[in-house]
Write a protein that binds this ligand. Structure first.
Ligand code: GLU
Length: 285
């Protein structure tokens, strides 16, 4: 693991204060991508899913409210229907795959959270739902009630009815909109790389992790533009989503889903992944 760097060094005290602010967050959106839930053959990976649930249970033990935005429906659907038996060349195929994978995903989440006596709820939304004031109010009311009951809402895009082309990264923006609109104190985007790097860490061994993003955002965008590919799990939308959240005064962290106890470490204010400092936000308690 490489040392984290700050290309334009953010003030260490400000970064540390933001880490503490993130650690103290009472309400957290955790976003998990398809690669963090499925294996190379596009089957739901039980060990990965259980690890994510273990990490979320760590936050629940601290009495934090957690909203999980989970991808993986289309991915799990591919494995479920039979790799090779179907293609996902068309939007219709992706939509159909999502319906197979989503129910499978929820069954596994239900079982996995039961290990901690935690109940889950499924919410499928589209960006249009979140953009509509009345629908968003309904969404929020449902979330508040579930959280009051100690239930973990698991949210995904309603791919079956999303009329716009299903795009990779939709859930990054969905997670960001929810974090901004539902009084959330922290967004954690879990992915298969350990944060934002100076290059694409999958291909460039010299790529170094950027510890904090604040005034160096333009430079980060340049790096992302040069290094990101459109492959599933691309970093661009994760960075955009985290930036949007930080522009609303809320910290955001991009970190590796494979990192041991990743959410526990964040709740201990440890320097995990890349933190986006709130802009015009208050980093004091
Ligand atoms: N909603 C899609 C799925 O669950 C994923 C979209 C995304 O990764 O942004 O398969």
């Amino acid at each position: 693991m490489t040392e984290a760097i700050d290309e334009v060094p953010a003030d260490d005290d400000v970064v540390a204060a933001t880490r503490r602010q993130a650690a103290d967050a009472q309400r957290v959106v955790v976003k998990a991508g398809t690669n963090s839930l499925t294996d190379d053959d596009s089957n739901l990976d039980d060990a990965k899913l259980d690890k994510l649930v273990d990490d979320i249970a760590d936050l629940r033990k601290r009495d934090k409210d957690v909203l999980l935005v989970s991808s993986g429906a289309i991915g799990a659907g591919i494995g479920r229907v039979g790799l090779g038996a179907v293609s996902r060349d068309t939007v219709e195929e992706s939509q159909a795959l999502s319906t197979v994978g989503q129910s499978h995903l929820m069954r596994r989440y239900t079982e996995s959270f039961e290990r901690y006596d935690l109940k889950v709820a499924q919410i499928l939304v589209t960006q249009q739902d979140l953009d509509d004031v009345e629908r968003f109010t309904n969404f929020r009311n449902t979330i508040e009630t579930l959280l009051d009951w100690g239930i973990v809402p698991i949210i995904n895009e309603n791919d079956a009815v999303a009329t716009a082309e299903i795009r990779i990264g939709d859930n990054d923006m969905l997670a960001s909109s929810i974090a901004i609109g539902a009084d959330v104190d922290l967004l954690v985007t879990l992915t298969d790389v350990g944060g934002v790097y100076t290059g694409n860490p999958k291909h460039d061994p010299d790529a170094e992790r950027i510890g904090a993003v604040s005034d160096n955002y333009d430079m980060v965008q340049d790096i992302i533009g040069a290094s990101a590919t459109d492959e599933f799990g691309g970093i661009r939308t994760k960075v955009e989503g985290a930036r949007d959240v930080s522009e609303h005064g809320v910290p955001a962290i991009i970190a590796a889903s494979t990192e041991p106890d990743v959410l526990e470490r964040i709740a201990n204010a440890e320097p995990v992944g890349t933190i986006f400092l709130p802009i015009n936000g208050d980093t004091d308690d």
